[in-house]
Each structure stands twice: as structure tokens, then as C-alpha cells.
Design a protein around this ligand. Structure first.
Ligand SMILES: Nc1ncnc2c1ncn2[C@@H]1O[C@H](COP(=O)(O)OP(=O)(O)OP(=O)(O)O)[C@@H](O)[C@H]1O
Length: 235
């Protein structure tokens, strides 16, 4: 059964003004889908439509009943007045997660090598540490479906490897993952399926060979699925 079913006819930031259109896909248990597209193609807008954060959506987006979704934004968002650990306590309270969850949180934070920073304010962390903190917070709620916008941004090689391993582990537990990324080599290696967005529309979707075929990419690389746009100089 699909964890997420997306059928967007059109959607955007103003009523009746479409930024994206004709985007249809679903994510099943244990599926890692890469969402690929140039800057401004409409990836984040698609995610906003899924998260019900757009004023205008025509179509239908449905989640599996009882399915828990966790979203990790491209830019980390923290409460200024809370330490990292207080963020975990806050989420645990809001989601009614209980004492066991806080043990699990400590384990994730240890894996991410953030244990020494529990009582510091994440707003002062380095970019990579902030990103890892967000990931740890998202995994902590044990979601069925993870939506991640540019997860590798700012991560050092060790943390990138850790994230790849963690995503693999989550996938093997049957989680569905939708990941937006510009790191195409990694996406190509690890994703089960892809959706290519171009100028607000879905250009291709499916497994790598299907997507490459739909894009007419003959060199076997996702890079050729993206149109290179040259911005004209203003006269
Ligand atoms: N809050 C907003 N209000 C109005 N238009 C927006 C808003 N955010 C994005 N857009 C527009 O929507 C279009 C798609 O942008 P979107 O952020 O979805 O692209 P993206 O594929 O996520 O790009 P990137 O790879 O740069 O993150 C762009 O033309 C952008 O200017």
C-alpha cells in the first residue's frame, strides 16, 4: 500500500495562479524516491503542497491512515530560546512520546556525535551540526514517511556517510523517503525511484532506466535529465 499518494493538478502561492502542475506519484513502504530538478523547478513547492502549506492546491494528496510524516527543511529551524535537548523534550511532550523515546533520542544524538552539545543552543551550531540536529529530531518521532529537502547540504564526509547509512536503515525498516537533492551521483546510487521536475511540471518518473529513457538521456546519467538553462544578460 502507498504511504503517500500525490495527484496535483495545479498548485501555487496565490489562488488560481499555478506554480506547479500535473505532478503525480506515490511512495510505498521501503521506497526511497529522489526528487530532482534545477533551481526554481518546483521541488520545494511540491513539498509544500504535500505538507498542506500552500493557499492553492487543486488535486488530491493522501497519506496512509495513521501514517506519520516528518519533514526536514532545507534550512534548519530551531526555537531560539531552547537548547538542543529541550527541543527533544518539547517534541516528546507535543507528540506524547514518553520516556523510552528520550532514550532513543540520546542514542541518535550519540550516533550523530551531538551528545556533547545537548545543553547548548542549536542556533549557534555550525551549519552541518544544525542539519544533523534537525535530522535527529525528525528520526526521533519514528515517522513512516520522511520528506527531506537537500539533506547533504553542509554535512562533512563523515556525517554524509552516517546520513546515508541511517537512510538505508530507515528504508530497510519499511519507511518511505522522499528526498530532494542536487547531489545527483549520490541520488543515482541510492534512490529506488526518481521524479524529475522541470519548470513546474513532472518531466519523468520511475526507476533509473525508465527515467533516463523518458528524458532521452543516452549517457546513463541523471545529469542529462536536467536542462541546462543559460540566463541571458540584460541589454
Ligand atoms: N513563497 C513564495 N511565493 C511565491 N513564489 C514562490 C515562493 N517560493 C517559491 N516561489 C517560486 O516558485 C517557483 C518554484 O520554486 P521552488 O522553491 O519550488 O523551486 P525548487 O525546485 O525547490 O528550487 P531550488 O532547487 O532552488 O530549491 C520559483 O519560480 C519560485 O520563485
Amino acid at each position: 500500500m502507498a504511504l503517500l499518494e500525490v495527484n496535483i493538478q495545479q498548485a501555487g502561492y496565490q489562488i488560481n495562479k499555478k506554480t506547479i502542475s500535473d505532478i503525480h506519484f506515490s511512495i510505498r513502504q521501503g521506497e526511497l524516491m529522489g526528487m530532482i530538478g534545477a533551481n526554481g523547478a518546483g521541488k520545494s513547492t511540491t513539498i509544500k503542497a504535500i505538507l498542506d502549506e500552500l493557499p492553492f492546491v487543486e488535486g488530491e494528496i493522501s497519506k496512509a491512515e495513521g501514517g506519520k510524516l516528518s519533514y526536514i527543511p532545507e534550512r534548519p529551524l530551531y526555537y531560539q530560546e531552547l537548547t538542543l535537548w529541550e527541543h527533544f523534550e518539547f517534541v516528546a511532550a507535543v507528540e506524547e512520546l514518553g520516556e523510552d523515546a528520550l532514550h532513543y533520542a540520546k542514542e541518535i544524538l550519540r550516533q550523530f556525535r551531538l551528545s556533547a552539545h545537548l545543553h547548548k543552543f542549536p542556533g549557534n551550531f555550525s551549519k552541518g551540526m544544525q542539519q544533523k540536529g534537525m535530522l535527529a529530531l525528525a528520526l526521533f518521532t519514528k515517522p513512516d514517511l520522511l520528506i527531506i529537502d537537500e539533506p547533504f547540504m553542509g554535512l562533512d564526509p563523515g556525517s554524509t556517510k552516517l546520513l546515508l547509512d541511517l537512510l538505508e536503515e530507515e528504508r530497510s525498516k519499511g519507511k518511505g523517503i522522499l528526498m530532494c537533492t542536487h547531489i545527483l551521483d549520490t541520488a543515482q546510487r541510492m534512490c529506488d525511484t526518481f521524479i524529475i521536475i522541470e519548470k513546474g511540471r513532472m518531466k519523468a518518473k520511475g526507476q533509473l532506466d525508465e527515467v533516463l529513457k523518458q528524458c532521452g538521456a543516452t549517457d546513463g546519467s541523471l545529469y542529462s535529465c536536467l536542462e541546462v538553462e543559460v540566463e541571458e544578460d540584460e541589454e
